[in-house]
Design a binder for this molecule. Structure first.
Ligand code: GLY
Ligand code: MN
Ligand code: MN
Length: 438
């Protein structure tokens, strides 16, 4: 697999270095220091929470298991990796760096986090690290001028990053297929989750986010991360939102399925799926993402009308908040080193923020799409008791077929989510392409 990434890495690193040069110049710094970080410890315990390396660290190299390590970069010099490999017979010690990227770094191996600090250059340092003290001798300052510049440019993925995101999609879709089979076999949510992990060959802590595995009504809980251990009497519907990781890059994928006895729900899934494909086809340079989100409300209002849930026009369904009761989240978000990647609201490389449209508080992306960006497209329709109860008290309730709505509560909801790359021409749908692979 590394054959695929190795030829692309030198250009990626050159791009990361160029961006760092410019960010340091803007902030007035001599060195960029990036901490991998350390796992947070549990209160009054000798156990740690799972370690997740700083995304800035993962941007430089495909190293995800390197607690305490640092990257030190000084413009004009080869970047240095200070790699912590403790003397420890209690835990598995991180393997010495190896692979296609090591020749591009000066690598110093040390035995402790404190020794690593001693290897960092002195001077005007931009230190990118989690806000808590990393260890004595170095303080995170996370200069806004440096971070704004780096975050803005992280929106534009290099060919190497796109290759890793295709791989994350391939792993995720393989696991989604196993999860669908487990649903069809009548497994519990827990059993489906186990089938997903086994097919992905990743443990929970390695996934980019906590998987949502929801049968029947549970699909109406947007972030349902509870796993029932016993199967329901009948599995009518299945919503799974689960991703995978590849060398620190994320995929974020949602599919919804109906049992063969739930033809009416399957018909609604098919309509949302067709709508979703239409939105994904609009991931093109120059497309405003918030306008695409509003467009999605119009199209989904049409779907609700066609299926007999609503009698009002799409315009009045949007104005009166009806579509927001059925589709109460944003159309999607940037994705990359983090599942909800940085700079979704950023105005430019010097920072600033683009506000969300009024009435859409959960949208996570307000920028205009450009080649190199990767975003999710994840429309949904849900039957959420709390939001439907609020709707029932409004005058517009008279134009809703409540018997039909109530009947669909047993299915929970629908979300279809793909990761889509904006290019100079046709969008590249990383998710659908991967579902098409063996
Ligand atoms: N899985 C989180 C999201 O779709 O944004
Ligand atoms: Mn998402
Ligand atoms: Mn998702």
């Amino acid at each position: 697999m590394s054959d695929l990434f190795a030829p692309l890495y030198p250009q990626h690193l050159a791009t990361v270095r160029e961006r760092a040069d410019r960010a340091l110049a803007l902030g007035g710094y001599d060195h960029l220091l990036v901490a991998a970080g350390t796992p947070p410890g549990k209160f009054l315990d000798d156990q740690d929470y799972p370690f997740v390396a700083n995304p800035h660290f993962r941007h430089w190299l495909p190293l995800t298991d390197a607690p305490g390590s640092w990257i030190a970069y000084t413009p004009g010099s080869k970047p240095k990796l200070v790699f912590v490999q403790p003397r420890d017979y209690w835990h598995v010690v991180p393997a010495a760096p190896h692979g296609y990227w090591v020749e591009h770094f000066d690598i110093v191996i040390v035995r402790s986090a404190a020794e690593a600090i001693a290897q960092l250059p002195a001077g005007r340092r931009a230190v990118i690290a989690a806000a808590c003290p990393v260890t004595d001798g170095v303080e995170a300052n996370n200069p806004p001028a440096v971070l704004d510049y780096l975050h803005w440019h992280r929106s534009y993925k290099t060919p190497y990053e796109l290759a890793l995101m295709r791989e994350a999609s391939r792993i995720g879709t393989r696991a989604h297929r196993a999860a669908e089979a487990a649903f069809r076999a009548g497994e519990s949510e827990f059993g489906i989750h186990m089938a997903y992990l086994a097919a992905a060959k990743q443990i929970d802590a390695e996934l980019p986010y906590a998987s949502i595995v929801a049968l029947n009504e549970h699909g109406a809980v947007l972030h349902y991360t509870h796993f029932d251990r016993t199967p329901p009497a009948a599995s009518r519907s299945f919503l799974i939102d689960a991703g995978a990781s590849a060398a620190g890059y994320a995929s974020d994928i949602t599919r919804t399925y109906a049992s063969p006895h739930a033809g009416e729900f399957q018909a609604l899934i098919d309509s949302v799926d067709a709508a979703q494909r239409g939105f994904a086809a609009k991931v093109r340079a120059g497309q405003s993402y918030p306008e695409l989100h509003i467009h999605a409300h119009h199209v989904l209002a049409g779907v609700l009308r066609e299926h007999g849930f609503l009698r009002m026009s799409a315009e009045s369904a949007i104005e009166s908040g009806v579509t927001s009761a059925f589709f109460p989240h944003g159309l999607g978000h940037p994705i990359g080193l983090q599942v909800h990647d940085v700079a979704g609201f950023q105005q430019g490389e010097r920072g600033g923020s683009i506000a969300r449209p009024d009435g859409h508080p959960y949208l996570r992306m307000t920028r205009v799409l450009e080649p190199g960006m990767v975003v999710t497209i994840e429309p949904g329709l849900y039957f959420i008791d709390m939001l439907l109860a609020e709707l029932r008290d409004k005058p517009v309730a008279a134009d809703i077929d409540w018997a039909k709505v109530d009947h669909f509560r047993q299915y929970g909801g629908i979300r279809i989510e793909d990761d889509v790359a904006c290019t100079d021409g046709e969008p590249e749908n990383l998710t659908r392409d991967a579902f098409g692979m063996p």
